[in-house]
Design a protein around this ligand. Structure first.
Ligand code: HEM
Ligand SMILES: [Cu+2]
Length: 534
């Protein structure tokens, strides 16, 4: 019989011990539970949207309700699910362990970040329940500041508050990576997951305050008519778009960079090969974070900005595709002649690479000023960003959850079910979003609840795909829950992976390591000595 061992899950019991915990691993689980709930809610809104669009007419909901549905869907998914997803759950859980530390630099601040997130979410949900908001998740003025008579301010307050959670998490990660690396863990020995989170944290800290200010200005404009966005008072409604996209374009990298970090870890492990071009992948994260701040104007090609501004933003948008492509090439080179195996995390990682590539390439279509005039605000844009955010970021998140689930829970999940789920997600995803590229190209605008009957076939396909996708997302929820009780016990390193997190038992002890490890190896020293010759 195995001896009972103290780990972070059983070190203390009761709700209080969780709600007051400063252990980064427990806080990661608090986030896991809350963002899963937000994902489920956002998903319900999506189901309602797709049901309405099953038929050309206004059958299920009226225009006003429809506006509120897609607005709440966007807000919940982006601000309350995708932005926190990988950093707050996997980053929180893994970052200290990956650098050989006992916790983050500021454990109490970490707990506070979660409460701040909760407070923001509560505000926004309250706004949704007591009337909702219909501006779209982008809150464009002058509609949001002068005309909408829905709960704009309350929602903005919720997002504003949650922004602080993001800023504090980013700060915590940056300080932790700078000051708490184990002896011998030089910058170029850091796992690429850590590099990705470092770059993401820079965006969180530098970008989020701009969004906070922007939302505060909308609130002030509504409440006091200060005249920042209202032309009648000397303001400029387009100013809002500049401020909003200055945050929200980089924010899309808050969602996708961490997923790229996850994919780097998984691809190396399941190819049993050192990652190809490590420094290029590391620096491309920083490049994406920095250049990502220079391209916001590609959302505004049709806003009336000057032709020259359009040309520069177009060029810079093409430039930001380069570091993204560098990563894809390096993952591919890592796979080349690797001994590749197809466990569930790898299926998700490969799914990420394929879907992100389609999302990125169609981004280049949109970044071409002439083409964008045709497809702007059509379903083409909707398809593009879902390929990146749902196809890319969520695939990476799910891949990461599967990869590190044995470490998190101390249990294995049923591998075959997980492979089935990965395939269902992949298939359902394409069926949902590929028709939307065609719809957009044919001219179906986004954000309308009725459409001409000739668009129905493609919409029915999309709704059918969404049902399959939903099933694909429910499966992991079921077998992860099942595995917590009945799953096979996990060893400390079930995938025979490199990285300090795999040197500590599963689940890890409260302080991660009995003794702070000393690092003497280069990163990704695959194949592992005991694995060679297999
Ligand atoms: C290869 C890099 C990329 C390029 C060149 C690119 C380009 C563009 C352009 C030009 C638009 C504006 C289209 C329009 O409104 O007419 C757009 C929209 C969008 N992109 Fe990308 N994109 C890239 C990557 C990403 C990534 C990585 C994400 C998310 C993680 C993302 C998420 C979005 C979103 C959310 C929108 C729509 C915003 C809205 O209007 O509601 N994009 N993209
Ligand atoms: Cu953008």
């Amino acid at each position: 019989m195995e001896e009972a061992r103290v780990h972070y899950l059983n070190v203390s019991y009761g709700v209080r011990s969780w709600l007051l915990s400063t252990d980064h691993k427990r806080i990661a689980l608090l986030y896991l539970v809350t963002i899963t709930a937000m994902f489920a809610l956002g998903g319900l809104f999506a189901v309602a949207i797709r049901l309405e669009l099953l038929t050309p007419g206004p059958d299920l909901v009226e225009a006003d309700t429809y506006n509120k549905l897609f607005t709440m869907h966007g807000i919940l998914m982006i601000f309350f699910f995708l932005i926190p997803s990988i950093p707050a759950v996997l980053g929180n859980f893994l970052l200290p362990m990956m650098i050989g530390a006992r916790d983050l630099a500021f454990p109490r601040l970490n707990l506070l970040s979660w409460y701040v997130y909760l407070a923001g979410a509560a505000f926004t949900l309250w706004a949704a329940l007591t009337g909702g908001v219909d501006t779209g998740w982008t809150f464009y003025t002058p509609y949001s500041s002068a005309f909408s008579n829905t709960k704009v301010v309350a929602t903005a307050v919720g997002i504003f508050v949650t922004g602080f959670s993001s800023i504090l998490t980013g700060l915590n990660f940056i300080v932790t990576v700078h000051t708490m690396r184990a002896p011998g863990l030089t910058w170029f020995r850091l796992p690429l997951f850590v590099w990705a989170h470092y770059a993401t944290s820079l965006i969180m800290v530098l970008g989020t305050p701009v969004l906070a200010v922007t939302l505060a200005l909308v609130g002030m404009e509504r409440a006091f008519g200060v005249g920042i966005f209202d032309p009648a008072l000397g303001g400029d409604p387009i100013l809002f778009q500049h401020l909003f996209w200055f945050y929200s374009h980089p924010a899309v990298y808050i969602m996708v960079l961490p997923a790229m970090g996850v994919v780097s870890e998984i691809v190396a492990c399941f190819s049993r090969k050192g990652i190809f071009g490590y420094p290029f992948i590391a620096f491309s994260s920083l490049a994406i974070a920095l250049v990502g701040f220079l391209v916001w104007g590609h959302h505004m090609f049709v806003s009336g900005q000057s032709v020259y501004a359009g040309m520069i933003f177009s060029l810079l948008s093409f430039a930001v595709a380069i570091p993204s492509a560098v990563k894809v090439f390096n993952w591919t080179a890592t796979l080349y002649r690797g001994s590749v195996s197809f466990e569930a995390p790898m299926l998700y990682a490969l799914g990420f690479i394929g879907l992100f590539t389609i999302g990125g390439l169609t981004g280049l279509f949109l970044a071409s000023t002439g083409l964008d005039v045709h497809v702007h605000d059509t379903y083409f844009v909707v398809a593009h960003f879902h390929y990146i955010m749902v196809g890319g970021a969520i695939m990476g998140y799910l891949g990461g959850l599967h990869f590190w689930w044995p470490k998190i829970s101390g249990r294995m999940y049923p591998e075959n079910w997980a492979r089935v789920a990965a395939i269902v997600v992949f298939a359902g995803f394409h069926l949902t979003f590929f028709p939307q590229f065609v719809l957009g190209y044919l001219g179906m605008p986004r954000r309308y609840h009725v459409y001409p009957p000739e668009f129905q076939v493609l919409n029915v396909l999309s709704t059918a795909g969404a049902s399959i996708l939903a099933l694909g997302y429910v499966l992991p929820l079921l077998y992860f829950t099942w595995s917590m009780r009945y799953g096979e016990k996990a060893s400390s390193n079930p995938w025979r992976a490199t990285g300090l997190e795999w040197t500590t038992p599963s689940p890890p002890p409260p302080e991660n390591f009995p003794e702070i490890p000393v690092v003497e190896e280069e990163p990704y020293a695959y194949p592992l000595p005991e694995a060679s010759g297999v």
